[in-house]
Write a protein that binds this ligand. Structure first.
Ligand SMILES: C[S@@+](CC[C@H](N)C(=O)[O-])C[C@H]1O[C@@H](n2cnc3c(N)ncnc32)[C@H](O)[C@@H]1O
Length: 262
């Protein structure tokens, strides 16, 4: 699974995830607070972008963060020294049943061929009454001004690339049935919309340019190589996406956050 991971593990990707995390902290994380002493499993922690936010918001909780990539874990360890990191596969978790009070997953399910099985595996290690929190995006929720057919097509290349790698970048809209069907109770999903215009330079830089458009740009060679778009159209699409970050442009994107109980 790790080698198919569509965004890759390059330094640029690490910087992109860090920018994204910083910009979206309040929108996505303000309501995730774990009590002192509670045992929290963060699954698919990557380079630790969310780990540092989680631990800052809940400094006295006991975090265990796992990822399948040793390289990403090495970076995460540097960022969050108080956390127990472990290389592990979500589908073969090295923990006993009911080991954790809370489970947190962010931007991971979209990359998995069987996200329902991943949720069921995570449910096993959660104690009865414990909480699951899942945050995912949905690339179909991106719309912008000025509109551009080529930009929309470039975004669709990202969706298609992720699909070919076995993932689903439109997963946000189906979090509710996924979590419910994995056996969780009291499922609540809240959409978290990012809206960017010329009055919000931090979001223009941190989200429109360095997060979303950089992500689309990142699959360019693959998309052109697979014949999804001509190189010229793809370049024009990416240019049009960057154009939405100008002072007169706007950009909208919706994340979905699910909270549920075992
Ligand atoms: C987009 S990154 C998200 C990282 C982090 N949660 C964040 O939001 O910054 C997805 C992560 O899931 C990890 N991953 C993918 N499949 C996995 C699996 N089967 N078990 C554990 N981690 C996995 C990847 O290695 C990658 O670090």
């Amino acid at each position: 699974m790790a080698t198919d991971y569509v965004h890759g593990y390059a330094t640029r990707e690490a910087a992109r995830l860090a920018d994204q995390a910083a910009t979206l902290t309040d929108l996505l994380h303000a309501d995730t607070i774990y009590p002192p002493g509670s045992r929290v499993l963060e699954a698919g922690c990557g380079v630790g972008a969310q780990t540092v936010i989680l631990t800052a918001n809940s400094p006295d909780a006991e975090f265990t963060s796992i990822d399948i990539s040793a390289e990403s874990l090495a970076e995460a360890r540097r960022k969050a020294p108080g956390v127990t990191f472990r290389q592990a596969d979500i589908f073969a978790l090295p923990f006993a049943d009911d080991s954790f009070d809370h489970v947190f997953v962010c931007f991971v399910l979209e990359h998995l061929a069987d996200p329902g099985a991943a949720l069921a595996a995570l449910r096993r290690v959660l104690r009865p009454g414990g909480s699951l929190t899942v945050i995912e995006g949905d690339h179909g929720s991106a719309y912008f001004h000025p509109d551009s057919a080529r930009a929309r097509e470039a975004v669709q290349c990202l969706v298609e690339s992720q699909k070919r790698a076995g993932g689903d970048s439109l997963i946000g809209r189906r979090l509710y049935p996924l979590v419910r069907d994995a056996g969780f109770a009291d499922v609540t999903v809240s959409p978290r919309m990012v809206y960017v215009d010329g009055s919000r330079p931090d979001l223009i830089e941190g989200f429109s340019r360095r997060t979303f458009t950089a992500m689309v740009e990142g699959v360019g060679a693959q998309a052109v190589g697979q014949g999804l778009m001509s190189e010229a159209d793809w370049a024009a699409g990416v240019r049009d996406l960057y154009r939405t970050a100008n002072a007169d442009g706007t950009f909208c994107y919706t994340f979905f956050k699910a909270v549920a109980l075992k």
